[in-house]
Design a protein around this ligand. Sequence first.
Ligand code: HEM
Ligand SMILES: *[C@@H]1O[C@H](CO)[C@@H](O)[C@H](O)[C@H]1NC(C)=O
Ligand SMILES: *[C@@H]1O[C@H](CO)[C@@H](O)[C@H](O)[C@H]1NC(C)=O
Length: 323
Amino acid sequence: MTTLTLTLFPLLICLSTVGFMDVTLANLSYDHYHNSCPHLESLVAKTLMPIFLTDPTSPSAFLRLMFHDCQVQGCDASILLDSNGESISSEMLSGRNFGIRRREAIDMVKRVVEAECPTQVSCADLIILAARESVAFAGGPRIRVPLGRRDSTTASNRRADTYIPSSTVSVDNMLRIFMSKGMTMDEAIAILGGHTLGVSHCINVVNRLYPSYESEKLGAFGIYLRLNCPTMAPLTNLTFIPNDLTPFVFDNHYYKDLKAGRGLLSIDSSISTDPRTAPIVDRFSRDSDYFFFTFSSAFVKLSTVGVPTGKQGQIRNQCSQLN
Ligand code: HEM
Ligand SMILES: *[C@@H]1O[C@H](CO)[C@@H](O)[C@H](O)[C@H]1NC(C)=O
Ligand SMILES: *[C@@H]1O[C@H](CO)[C@@H](O)[C@H](O)[C@H]1NC(C)=O
């Protein structure tokens, strides 16, 4: 018995880290919709495909949407609620959600899912599935995710201000945020690898350029950034800069860029110089398999910790409003 436990123990740890074990994870499970909506995952994939094919920037939008939903009171689709003049003040009113796009696409997926499995599937799970499909579509790992989240009955722009980090977050605070979700330091650096997709707008970059210029950190990259963002207060909010050299592909180029001094946001370049995290950046830049593997387990943790389940919250009929 003891021998058996001892032999199984490392195996269990290993399996649960990757998230491939069919057990209950924080009251979520891999077969939650087995009876109530058996074809859910293929239905979501099929519904998103035309969006992916017509808008190459959509995978980045869904991935960031997931992070920003999960960061505020757990992954509960609170980010999709519109203000209702009473208890709900939309999280979109928070400056931290600047650039969040494609919320309406989740509503659209929800309508398709409702037609097949009415009142069963939460908007919160649909956000996670959309992010998972986005990573896979863009060339990243196919991540198995446990399901069974419930939708929130509250949302607050103040909470979004508090819990979504700004681009100038310190490495310490960034690590604290992700480690509080049970991540290792490697996983924290891997989940930031979400920045292998998409873009950032000047408004989130100018702090590095004006009034004083981080010339030592930025070097030649800073000249490029100043050309793209020529004024301290951006004249329009339309100018954006790709997060890495391959913004449509989920790969480890983000880490290669960091090593070459092309970290776009302040937190991006900080993890390549901090002595604790620089070796991890280096390893991911050389070992794409290890990055994919670690990103996958981090993704499961980010999307699992502190979510409403069971009888908490509700299954919304429409993602943008309460029932
Ligand atoms: C400390 C943590 C993080 C900070 C401070 C941060 C900050 C930011 C900022 C400021 C932007 C630019 C937004 C814009 O100007 O439009 C951005 C973009 C993005 N972030 Fe993060 N982020 C963090 C973690 C993450 C995580 C964990 C993910 C997902 C796994 C993620 C995914 C993305 C994606 C995909 C984009 C591009 C969005 C687009 O193209 O529309 N970020 N992030
Ligand atoms: C799972 O649900 C039960 C009953 O609702 C609750 O007591 C328990 O704390 C939950 N576990 C986790 C990890 O959320
Ligand atoms: C850009 O967006 C920010 C945040 O939403 C806003 O405060 C600012 O006025 C906008 N700037 C312009 C030029 O539209």
